[in-house]
Design a protein around this ligand. Structure first.
Ligand SMILES: [Fe+2]
Ligand SMILES: [Fe+2]
Length: 285
């Protein structure tokens, strides 16, 4: 079990303090990130106390334990699952060889593209969900939304750490670009189409956390098997957070459907217009 240094400027369990150059580069990127969070993160909730879970430790099987922190004090950090000694590559041309601690030259641009594309989706979803706090159906939903948002912000940190630590100057430039592209921006949109669609209602949010986060989970699951060990360890930890996002989606969609069925029964109808008038989401929708 490796403990997380929560006192550091950037909380981490990667011994950031021992690599001054990397630490400085990331500390340089941090204000740009916080700026982005202010401008593009959940709007108008800065002053409110929302209690959130935050990682305080992580072990090899990927379990995280959490403490509580009000949102303005949330500390985004760099958390990797513990190293598995003697881990081997599980498939492909290099099957059976030791996993890589550095990116081999011939795969560098492929890895960079994968990491940048993954990293781009994380802040994109925060941008998409920026205004949802204003129409939250309940305080419970509001908390879940913010929990998902801060964790997607942390996933951006996870990818930026890899870019900074393993891809030199190219990586640092890509990390800056991740804060320049914005969801739905005409000039600099996010890389994947679905992350440029507007998300202005909670049904979309529940559908997003049900389906898109599930898609994301399988993407992360394949990264977790990567021959590039730091990527595998990073994503193994992210998966512990992703589980909660899917829970939000599943229970959200479930509650919407349950209410619809209750009203259908009460009014003894499946007429779309009648149900909509009664304030529930009809099933064909
Ligand atoms: Fe994520
Ligand atoms: Fe997620």
């Amino acid at each position: 079990m490796s403990n997380i240094d929560l006192q550091a400027l950037i909380p981490n369990n990667v011994h950031l303090g021992e690599n001054r150059q990397l630490q400085r580069a990331l500390e340089h990127w941090q204000p740009a990130f916080l700026n982005w969070w202010d401008e593009m993160g959940p709007s108008d909730f800065k002053a409110k106390e929302v209690y959130l879970r935050t990682a305080v430790g992580v072990d090899a099987s990927g379990w995280a334990s959490y403490g509580y922190t009000p949102m303005p004090d949330y500390r985004w950090g760099i958390f990797l699952a513990d190293k598995e000694e003697g881990r081997k590559i599980g498939f492909g041309d290099h099957m059976g060889e030791d996993v890589w601690q550095e990116v081999p030259g011939e795969y560098r641009s492929t890895f960079r593209r994968l990491i940048v594309t993954q990293g781009d989706t994380e802040p994109a979803s925060v941008e998409q969900q920026r205004l949802l706090g204003h129409t939250a159906p309940s305080l419970y939903d509001l908390r879940n939304l913010f929990q998902v948002n801060v964790e997607e912000g942390r996933h951006l940190w996870a990818m930026v750490y890899l870019l900074h630590a393993y891809f030199g100057r190219d990586g640092r430039e890509e990390a800056e670009e991740l804060l320049m592209r914005h969801s739905g921006d005409a000039d600099k949109p996010r890389i994947l189409g679905t992350f440029n669609e507007p998300m202005d209602n909670w049904l979309s949010f529940f559908m997003f956390t049900y389906f898109t986060d599930r898609d994301g989970k399988f993407q992360l699951k394949s990264f977790a098997e990567s021959a590039f060990d730091p990527l595998a360890r990073t994503t193994r930890f992210m998966l512990t957070e992703e589980a909660h996002h899917m829970f939000v989606g599943e229970t959200g969609v479930g509650r919407v459907i349950k209410r619809t069925l209750e009203v259908m029964k009460e009014l003894d109808t499946d007429d779309v217009a009648t149900l909509r008038k009664a304030g529930v989401v009809d099933l064909p929708t």
